[in-house]
Design a protein. Structure first.
Length: 172
């Protein structure tokens, strides 16, 4: 997983309707959803975000409905990770299931600004500015969730487990 790019900073209570407004849910194609990501906040996010960019947000990111399309929209436009002071649990789990790294860090929200260039060190659980002047700790992911993310999401993770299981000559 490479998370290295520009920071996009958003506040508290960014709900799924702000991430991908409901009026665009007539088409679940990832590129369609990506073209409208964060449109509910009135920003040019979808046209300006680049592959590898990182979203940093305040408390309760992804609250509201349980729509997976919010994660699909962010991934589709190149977001490599979301770091927030806290997440709505359903968004957090949808992100893991769909292979989008999510990290909790109240410190990151206080430390980084929109436009900063940052990189996430998954092994040391840190987010650092490109010039080394800023750093914030990330809450370590539980091992089982890290394994799911490393596999690219829940379905690829299950497929790899089933494939590995079916290749085991000691299993009958």
């Amino acid at each position: 997983m490479t998370c290295d790019g520009r920071v996009w900073k958003f506040g508290d209570d960014v709900n799924t309707d702000l991430i991908i407004p409901g009026r665009y849910l007539d088409n679940y194609d990832p590129s369609h959803l990506a073209s409208h990501a964060m449109e509910g906040l009135g920003v040019n996010f979808a046209r300006s975000v680049a592959e590898g960019d990182i979203v940093i947000a305040g408390r309760n990111f992804g609250c509201g409905s349980s729509r997976e399309q919010a994660v699909t929209a962010l991934k589709g436009c190149g977001v490599s990770a979301v770091v927030a002071a806290s997440f709505a649990r359903i968004f957090y789990r949808n992100a893991v299931n769909l292979g989008l790294p999510v990290y909790e860090s109240p410190e990151a929200y206080r430390t980084f600004d929109s436009g900063d260039n940052a990189k996430i060190d998954h092994e040391d659980n840190l987010i650092c500015s490109a010039d080394g002047s800023k750093e914030a700790a990330l809450v370590p992911l539980p091992t089982h969730l890290k394994e799911v993310l490393d596999s690219g999401g829940l379905l690829p993770h299950i497929r790899s487990k089933l494939h590995h299981h079916s290749d085991d000559p000691d299993r009958s």
